[in-house]
Design a protein around this ligand. Structure first.
Ligand SMILES: NC(=O)c1ccc[n+]([C@@H]2O[C@H](COP(=O)([O-])OP(=O)(O)OC[C@H]3O[C@@H](n4cnc5c(N)ncnc54)[C@H](OP(=O)(O)O)[C@@H]3O)[C@@H](O)[C@H]2O)c1
Length: 296
């Protein structure tokens, strides 16, 4: 058996990421031994889902070698402090234990209380939206993981993730906020814009079902084109055509902040359009119009 497959892995936090990652690692033959969570019910469900065990915190700290702390970001340091307290109370040696949280924006520094007790720490972030506790793991095979923290520790965790066939990269701790912002823009902001689009269609009389059907080919083909050709070469629409009359009509439909968002995003599109090779359209009248709305 591969050495990585023998590493005893456990999870603190039996939510969406904990259950999905635990299932993914188990399915790839890694040695996931169990879960501890704030509520016994979540830990039980996670253990059943992954065919592992519910562990007390002290059993988990004694038995596991690699511990994923998959609690919400604002609970990572709280959980780390609880681990430290328990380890001191029961004289559990944390030397050589690896603790890894999964926040996209926080660094391994969130686990300083544990590194001060001799543990190795790092952060591991899967660039994926986990919307469901028990089905999101099905998408994990495609996920790209970023690691940050102590180099030796990162390498061990990277080995575990690579053993599952996932791509990984190393990220500088100072860049984590920027990195996480990139994920939020592509995921949450796109969601906000699609929601706005659906509201406009509802206003035109579309049922939610019809707006989904109407938008699906547009959204899916657009994303596929952007991913294959890059944003610049995929650009279409009234802003790219410098069609000021259509842009004026759109701005007349929108109100308040949505008008401002339209104008700001259109400005970004102008910058992209202007950078296209051989594009000699004059965007200055359009830019003046957009700037009027940005300054409102
Ligand atoms: N969701 C995503 O799309 C996504 C993507 C990438 C990374 N992440 C990161 O993954 C981490 C976990 O996020 P999530 O979406 O899985 O959160 P989640 O679904 O809310 O699950 C968090 C779990 O941790 C348990 N918990 C909370 N506080 C705890 C504590 N102090 N000690 C022990 N257990 C505690 C929760 O409580 P119960 O035991 O009461 O259920 C819950 O089961 C976060 O750092 C997040 O930034 C999330």
């Amino acid at each position: 058996m591969d050495k990585k497959q023998k590493v005893k892995i456990a999870f603190i936090g039996a939510g969406k990421v904990g259950c999905s990652l635990g299932k993914h690692l188990s399915l790839h033959g890694l040695n996931v031994i169990g879960y501890q969570s704030r509520s016994l019910l979540s830990a039980r469900e996670a253990a059943a889902f992954t065919s592992t065990r519910v562990l007390s915190l002290s059993r988990l700290l004694t038995d596991a070698e690699l511990i994923f702390i998959t609690v919400p970001d604002d609970q990572i340091t709280v959980a780390a402090e609880e681990i430290a307290r328990q380890a001191r109370h029961e004289s559990i040696d944390l030397n050589n234990k690896i603790f890894c949280h999964c926040s996209g924006s926080l660094t391994a520094e969130a686990l300083t209380v544990l590194s001060e007790m001799g543990a190795y720490t790092c952060s591991l972030h899967p660039m994926l939206a986990f919307a469901d506790t028990f089905t999101s793991y099905e998408k994990l095979q495609e996920a790209f993981f970023s690691l940050e923290g102590d180099p030796e520790t990162r390498n061990i965790v990277q080995g575990v993730i690579s053993a599952c066939g996932n791509s990984t990269t190393i990220i500088d701790g100072a860049k984590k906020a920027e990195y996480h912002l990139a994920a939020v823009i592509s995921s949450n902001f796109v969601l906000a814009l699609i929601n706005q689009s659906m509201e406009l269609l509802a206003d035109c009389g579309f049922s939610p079902e019809d707006s989904g059907k109407a938008l699906a080919p547009l959204i899916q083909n657009n994303i596929n084109t952007i991913l294959s050709r890059g944003p610049r070469e995929s650009l279409t629409g009234p802003v790219e055509r410098a069609d000021i009359k259509t842009v004026e009509k759109h701005l007349a439909v929108l109100k308040g902040n949505r008008r401002k968002v339209y104008a700001l995003l259109s400005r970004e599109l102008v910058t992209l359009a202007e950078s296209r090779k051989g594009n000699d359209k004059d965007y200055s009248p359009l830019l003046s119009l957009l700037d009027e709305y940005i300054q409102l």
